[in-house]
Structure formats: structure tokens, C-alpha cells
Design a protein around this ligand. Sequence first.
Ligand code: CA
Length: 231
Amino acid sequence: MAHVLVIEDDPGIRSAVIRALTARGHAVDSTTTGLDGLQHILSGDPEVVILDLGLPDVPGERLLGMIRSVSQVPIIVATARDDEELIVRLLDEGADDYLVKPYSPEQLEARLRAVLRRAAAAADPTPAAVTVGGLEIDPARRTASVDGAPLDLTRLEFDVLAYLAANPGRVVSRKELLREVWQRTDSARTVDVHLSWLRRKLGDDLDDPRFIHVHRGVGVLLEDSVASPDA
Ligand code: CA
């Protein structure tokens, strides 16, 4: 259950989203313009924002920047266009996740839960062990295992896996991995190479991976498709 702010100008979509969220027990506020939304973030203190990118007053991309300059509230952007470049840019500019319209109430709820989980994890500074389905990662001991079998990972492979596991259910861009794990901004190829090694060690089938799911052009998502309720 969360306090959700929906910024959406389309009345049909807005009421459908509000209905879906309230049916799942969330407390929902909504605005139809970007500036009202920004005002509401400052005064209403929502726990998560669902932001439509096609708003009448401010381009969604600009509004994202405006929100980020005043608040760290998790933001899920909703875009009508399946535009990979835009999505990558928005994730880099501070969006926490994205939905491509039309999206189902189940997708909305899954993204919402993932974002809230991450926000809660970020608020807790102790690096607790993380479980993603059959995958277990212990950041304190720097160990990982699949279905109880320990993995033999290099330092970088472990760091990549731990970063992805700390962001479960979210597509992480290569740029973000480079920045957060390598502390660099060049050569996404480096990320691809390490991801392919990691997939081999996790026993992932390239065509039907269990853990590392590549969203072409966008990034990579860690999820146990065997144990996932979304599968
Ligand atoms: Ca719109």
C-alpha cells in the first residue's frame, strides 16, 4: 500500500489507473498538468509518482528534471511511444522505471512494488543478503549462489550481479552499470562482455534465460523467471 501520485492528462487513462491502484489498496492523488504535479510533490509528499510524458503544459522530460531538482521521490514514467532512446535517456536522467502504454494493471503493480522495494532498501544502509528467486547474494561476504550451489565470480562479475540484485525487477541501462559499477561512462561493450560471462556462470540459456534478461536497446533486468510470479 502506498501513496501514489498520478500525473496524466488523458481522462480515460487517468481514471483507469486510479481505479487499478485503489482496487489494490493504494491511496491515489492525481493531477492533469505537470506544474500541478510538481506542486503536489512539494506539498503532498507522495511515495511514488507515475508520470505521463505527453502533458499539455510541460514536456515530460523537462518535468522529470524539475522534479529531480526538488525531490528524490521514485518516478515511473509512462510513455505512449516504445522509444528506446527516450527510455534510456529518461532512466539516465533520474526516472526509476518506465511503462509503455497501453500497460496492464498487473504491470503497473509490479513496477510499483519494485520501485517501492528499492526505495525501502536504499533507506536501509546495511547491505543485507539479497535473494532473487533461487539466486542468493551476500554483499557483506561477497558470495553468491544459485539454488544453493556457490558461484565462482570475479570481483567485477560479483559487483554487476550485486548491483542488479539491488535493483530487482527493474531494467538497468548499460550506462548506469558503467557508471555505478565501473565508475566510467565509456564502452558499453565492457558491460556486454561481463554480462555474457555472468550469464554463463549463472547457467543462463541465451535464448531462454532464467536470470539475466536483456531488453534490447534499453538494458538488462535481473529476475528469476523460474520463481517469478510474473512468469
Ligand atoms: Ca498525455
